[in-house]
Design a protein around this ligand. Sequence first.
Ligand code: NDP
Length: 288
Amino acid sequence: MTQIIDGKAFAAKLRQDIKQQTDLLKSQGITPGLAVVLVGEDPASQVYVRNKGKQSIEVGFKSIEHKLDATVSQAELLDLIQQLNQDDSIHGILVQLPVPKHIDDKAVINAIAPEKDVDGFSQLNVGRLNIGEQSLVPCTPLGCTMLLKDYFGGDLTGKNAVVLGRSNIVGKPMAALLLQESCTVTIAHSKTKDIETVCRAADIVVAAVGRPQMVKKSWIGEGAVVIDVGINRIDVDGKTKLVGDVDYDDVFDNAAAITPVPGGVGPMTIACLLYNTLTAAKMQRGIE
Ligand code: NDP
């Protein structure tokens, strides 16, 4: 029987746990604070930012949003980040990507104080993750790792993992986290030869390619666990449908377990942002 990995339920449990820990911190006079900065009016980004703010408040955080005009200069944005870096009531800072083209996103990300970089995208946190030091880890791969560890009873040692995709925000940090969990990791990408055969050898497949339903049954070895990061909107009979990078129905019988889209990895991303903000607040106050 294939198990459906319920990311929505796991994320709800994680938020509950974060709320309890937040209540405890508040009783010690510390309220975790998250600042989200949105530049411009991209509709998808507006929805993400609204949800991040709403869920932050639900777990008891202080939540602030800075909405800047699309024409804001890079210098003005960097000034705001400096102010937030120095604000003791703010423990996590997130700049919603993408930013308008006239702004260098790397300069913006690296301007965030590493201990407040709750997206884990800054060079310092990327480096720390890759040398196995304590760091703030990108939210989506962190969420995937939590789901996998939960499924495997906490231990991924020796699993053969294939990560499809090598982006800086998903594929690469995902591979680093699986390596940290002592998996044998292969990263496949658009130039990989015979990707289907590479993928079929995996105990764990994490798909993050941004190609709707690319991964088919023949890619998945009997009993593999499939984590689908993809969020793609496709047109079915004139209606928009949300699908992953995995052809869920096709793959289902081959897999031992699989995340659905929606309701799998998606809800874990914001929950892990809250988790990182709580971790950042504790780290900044020297609490284990
Ligand atoms: P990117 O476009 O940045 O990266 C895609 C990666 O997939 C690249 O490394 C690319 O290879 C590889 N790729 C593309 N086509 C193929 C192919 N035909 N065969 C093999 N590899 C291929 O995407 P992201 O990493 O940002 O996102 C991946 C997916 O995850 C998207 O669907 C996105 O919407 C979703 N996502 C979901 C999140 C969530 O919260 N659930 C959060 C972030 C992303 P190459 O490097 O060679 O070009």
